[in-house]
Design a binder for this molecule. Structure first.
Ligand code: ZN
Length: 106
C-alpha cells in the first residue's frame, strides 16, 4: 500500500511541550496502539495497530513543516496520523527526542 502524505505547518517542535494543545488532538484515539519503530533527529517511524491491522506512520519535521505519512487507504489527515501525534504529545521522552535541538549521540 502506498503512503499518503499530509503536511502541517502549525507545530514548532522547538517550542512545544506536552502541555501544548492542537485541535487535531483526539483522546478518543487513545485505544489505538502505537509503537516506535525508529527515531532519529527530527524524524520518527511508528507502528500503528488499529483493529488488528498494522499501519506505518512516519513523522518528519523540517521547520516549519511537519510531514506525516501513513500507508492506510484514507487520504488527508488520517486517524493514524492524528493518533500518532496525540500520543507523541503525551509521551515526554518521545517528544523530547523530536524537540531536542542538539544531537546528543553519547
Ligand atoms: Zn492512516
Amino acid at each position: 500500500m502506498d503512503f499518503h502524505q499530509h503536511t502541517l505547518t502549525t507545530i514548532d517542535f522547538g517550542t512545544v511541550s506536552r502541555y501544548s494543545y492542537f485541535p487535531w488532538m483526539d483522546t478518543a484515539l487513545a485505544n489505538i496502539q502505537i509503537n516506535v519503530l525508529e527515531m532519529e533527529f527530527n524524524q520518527a517511524t511508528f507502528q500503528v495497530i488499529e483493529s488488528y491491522t498494522n499501519f506505518q506512520v512516519m513523522v518528519i519535521y523540517k521547520s516549519p513543516v511537519t510531514s506525516l505519512f501513513c500507508n492506510c487507504d484514507q487520504t488527508g489527515f488520517c486517524t493514524h496520523q492524528k493518533a500518532t501525534l496525540t500520543k507523541l504529545f503525551g509521551q515526554e521522552n518521545w517528544l523530547s527526542f523530536l524537540t531536542s535541538t542538539v544531537i546528543e549521540i553519547y
